[in-house]
Design a binder for this molecule. Structure first.
Ligand SMILES: Cc1cc2nc3c(=O)[nH]c(=O)nc-3n(C[C@H](O)[C@H](O)[C@H](O)COP(=O)(O)O)c2cc1C
Length: 312
């Protein structure tokens, strides 16, 4: 694997591969499996109330003795409780997203934590560096889940961000195999964060129907939706088509929120309703042909990476 030790030293892990925090997908089981395989597993707190997050962190501690972290999107109301729970458990790695990096970074640093913030533009990356984060995830709009409004692709974004800041950059968005990992390093990233690829593993909590839909998807099957509200990349289905029609008719943010209702993401991704549910996934889903265990996937990624760099 890559010889640069910046991120492996920062997180005390073996490989600079991070499993992105994912609502409804990345609980204790997935995060612990990734950490056990030498990467960095993240528990996705975004879909968890504080009590559930407490249980997942406690469970992860029984499943691995390796470092793991939590991903806390800053747009939900229980952020402070989530942070307190994670700190009480002794979690030392925080990935924050969807909010201002200024808000909690210094507080977490004073508690001795490593803080990483997710960005989708070089301008925001500079703000993250000024806020004192240890590293940045730069995520292109190929990525699954919530996305940057500016629609900057990973290929264009990573060099812009690595030029703009001097802290380590973790590339995300559209990285589904070892070839793409090699490309990210060539662009100046010190590590990679994968979401879609880890969603399609045995240990992810994605419903079997959702994993199957990922396997069956082809190149044009995802779309950036709800730009007026919170831009999110979705697998095309009935729900997404309804959202699309509303957007075509010029629906307001309030109308979109009302159509979204409550629990659509849980209904789709966790409960497997492929028609009515919201299915967050990245463009790289079209590359998925198998549902490996995390340990098999980590070996696969390294073999593909080595094969790629051997030709240069
Ligand atoms: C189902 C799903 C849910 C996600 N939820 C979150 C989240 O809660 N917080 C976050 O920061 N990123 C979230 N993401 C983004 C991932 O952490 C990761 O950065 C992204 O998936 C990388 O792009 P890729 O999907 O092309 O690998 C999510 C992605 C997916 C696919």
């Amino acid at each position: 694997m890559i010889k640069d030790k910046t991120l492996t030293n920062l997180f005390n892990i073996q490989y600079p591969i991070v499993q992105g925090g994912m609502v409804w997908i990345s609980g204790a089981k997935l995060a612990a499996a990734v950490s056990n395989a030498g990467g960095l597993g993240l528990i996705g707190a975004g879909s968890m109330n504080p009590e559930l997050l407490d249980k997942h962190i406690a469970k992860a501690k029984t499943l691995t003795d390796k470092p793991f972290g939590v991903n806390i999107p800053l747009l939900y109301s229980k952020v402070e409780e989530q942070i307190t729970i994670a700190l009480n458990h002794g979690v030392k790695i925080f990935f924050t997203s969807a909010g201002s990096p200024k808000k909690y970074t210094q507080y977490l640093k004073e508690k001795g934590c490593v803080v990483v913030h997710v960005t989708s533009s070089p301008e925001l990356a500079i703000k993250c560096e000024q806020a004192g984060v240890d590293a940045i995830v730069a995520e292109g709009f190929e990525a699954g889940g919530h996305n940057g409004r500016d629609e900057i692709t990973t290929m264009a974004l990573i060099p812009q961000v690595t030029d703009a800041v001097s802290i380590p950059v973790i590339a995300a968005g559209g990285i589904g195999d070892g070839r793409a990992i090699a490309a990210a390093f060539a662009l100046g990233a010190k590590g990679v964060q994968l979401g879609t690829r880890f969603a399609c593993t045995e240990e992810s909590s994605a419903h079997a129907n959702f994993k199957e839909a990922i396997l069956n998807s082809s190149s044009g099957d995802t779309i950036l939706s709800m730009k007026k509200y919170v831009p999110v990349r979705l697998l095309k289905n009935k729900f997404q088509q309804e959202v699309f029609s509303l957007e075509q008719k010029g629906a307001t943010k309030e109308e979109l929120i009302s159509h979204l209702g409550k629990g659509r993401a849980k209904l789709g991704m966790l409960e497997g309703n492929m028609e009515e549910g919201e299915l967050e996934i990245g463009q790289v889903s079209a590359l998925m042909t198998n549902i490996p265990s995390v340990s098999e996937l980590m070996t696969q990624l390294q073999e593909e990476y080595k094969k790629t760099i051997s030709v240069f």
